[in-house]
Design a protein around this ligand. Structure first.
Ligand code: UPG
Length: 474
């Protein structure tokens, strides 16, 4: 009989092909490999081509080669997402989403079948899919694999999704006229306002909403869910989730040691701005970025830019070339770059962690993507919150109302330049409690990762649980 201790798990990891998902998946791969797992990491061919182009890799280079050399068993594979490489996935997002629902699964199925037939050593025992895929349970069942779902957002958001029936019963789902209510009936969530629910519970695009809830339905069938969060940050919510399904908080899953060279997962070329930052005084620079995905309106960008001008702060502003749906690039107020020359930089992409961890950076105006929030806490940089969609609305509540490590720019209304300047001032001039609180919150994250910390213990517990499940399947 095989003993649990002798099992060497081989997990296939498949992220959603978006920057905010590839990043935590990559670091999860390294975490698990350093615990003795064999990992097969699967990128779509299109993602691989973008990474290779952004980082001047050769087509057949393995982005994990440095990790492999240091003894981690991380194998790398590329599969088609079902669309030709020339297809513009971003401009045709709805079509792409339909493809991810119906066609991608066939490519994954084909890949796993061939992998299993090739009899790798050790044999594949588990699949860790992004909770934003719709097919994890089907594939796991077909190949008798342990089905692990990786949730890349806070536990609070998953809990809300798991309780949409309650929201519907109380007429708080979709468009309604009860925005003044406080919702206090979701298990594990003491109180949340309707406007702080993820946009998929409010007024998001119906096709996107349908996709998200199809994913959630599938995630509920997983043997185990692992979350990029920390027990102490969301303890009551996590306890409530654990009543429904094995859930392990193992975060933060992001680079935490900046002295060590780490794998780059950028899909866009990232210039290093350290020299520019070195010429700025400590604690004087505001970093502004809206992540890799959301679109903003031209009006919002103009008001934010005007707010920056009024505040007179030094800054790095990331404006992706596709930040507007129209793709228009000439979007800053006339004379903005001349007026801010020397004190400001506008860039299309950067290495965010290199900026956040620089001593000159004091504040982060963010769209509240979950990775950005964790990275900002890790670097002890308080936030000015400008959530746009999805989980970001709920993430803002956690940052501003619950943990008090940031201020609000606005809650999905029109933003005004004076309010932008005022809130930048609060964060940059230390005139609120967020600096003190973020030091404490960073400690929570750091402790969680220590040998006796909750995330380390949860990770070990997850591995034991998984090995038991592998044994049961053999
Ligand atoms: O110039 C930049 C801007 C961003 N980043 C990195 O890109 C990632 C962005 O992730 P995130 O902050 O989570 O934002 P999104 O790209 O918008 O992520 C999507 O995925 C997240 C995780 O599921 C969700 O929380 C978000 O709402 C969703 O939009 C982070 O690791 C950043 O460090 C860079 O390296 N350079």
């Amino acid at each position: 009989m095989e003993l649990k201790e002798h099992i060497q798990p081989h997990a296939v990891l498949i992220p959603v092909p978006l920057q905010g998902h590839i990043n935590p998946f990559t670091h999860l791969a390294m975490k698990l490999a350093s615990k003795g797992f064999t990992i097969t990491f699967v990128n779509t061919e299109s993602t691989h081509q973008r990474i290779a182009k952004a980082q001047s890799l050769k087509d057949d280079d393995n982005p994990f080669s440095h990790e492999e050399e240091s003894g981690l068993d991380i194998r790398y594979a590329r599969i088609s997402d079902g669309f030709p490489l020339s297809f513009d996935r971003r401009a045709n997002a709805s079509q792409f989403m339909i493809g991810l629902t119906h066609v991608f699964q066939a490519h994954v199925d084909d890949f796993i079948e061939n992998l299993v037939l090739s009899k790798p050593n050790p044999p594949v025992s588990c699949i860790i899919t992004d909770s934003f895929h719709v097919w994890g349970s089907t594939i796991a069942k077909k190949y008798n694999l342990v089905n692990v779902s990786f949730w890349t957002e806070p536990a609070t958001v998953l809990t809300v999704f798991y309780n949409t029936d309650l929201l519907k019963r109380n007429s708080h789902f979709g468009r309604h006229d009860k925005y003044d209510d406080t919702i206090s009936y979701i298990p594990g969530i003491q109180a949340i306002k309707p406007e702080d629910l993820p946009s998929y519970c409010q007024d998001a695009d119906p096709n996107e909403t349908k996709y998200v809830f199809k994913c959630i339905e599938d995630a509920q069938k997983a043997d185990i869910v692992i979350g990029n969060t920390v027990q102490e940050l969301e303890s009551s919510t996590i306890l409530a989730l654990q009543e429904q399904q094995p859930f392990y908080a193992i975060g933060p899953i992001c680079p935490t040691n900046f002295t060590k060279k780490t794998i780059s997962t950028n899909l866009l070329p990232a210039t290093d701005y350290t020299n520019w930052l070195n010429n700025k005084q400590d604690g004087t620079v505001l970093y502004i970025s809206f992540g890799s995905l959301v679109n903003l309106s031209k009006q919002d960008i103009l008001e934010i830019a005007q707010g920056i001008l009024i505040s007179k702060v030094s800054f790095i502003l990331v404006l992706r070339h596709n930040i507007l749906v129209s793709g228009e690039r000439n979007i800053l107020p006339l004379g903005f770059e001349e007026e801010t020359a020397g004190r400001g930089l506008v860039v299309p992409w950067c290495s965010q962690l290199a900026i956040l961890s620089h001593p000159s950076v004091r504040g982060f105006l963010t769209h509240c993507g979950w990775n950005s929030i964790l990275e900002s806490i890790w670097c002890k940089v308080p936030m000015v919150c400008f959530p746009v969609s999805g989980d970001q609305l709920t993430n803002r509540k956690l940052v501003v109302d619950d943990w008090r490590i940031g201020v609000n720019l606005c809650t999905r209304g029109l933003i005004r330049r004076e309010v932008v300047a005022e809130n930048i001032g609060k964060i940059m001039n230390n005139s609120d409690e967020s600096r003190e609180n973020i030091d404490k919150t960073k400690m929570i994250l750091q402790n969680a990762l220590s040998d006796e910390g909750s995330s380390e213990k949860n990770l070990n517990q997850f591995i034991q649980d998984m090995k038991n499940k592998i044994l049961q399947k053999n």
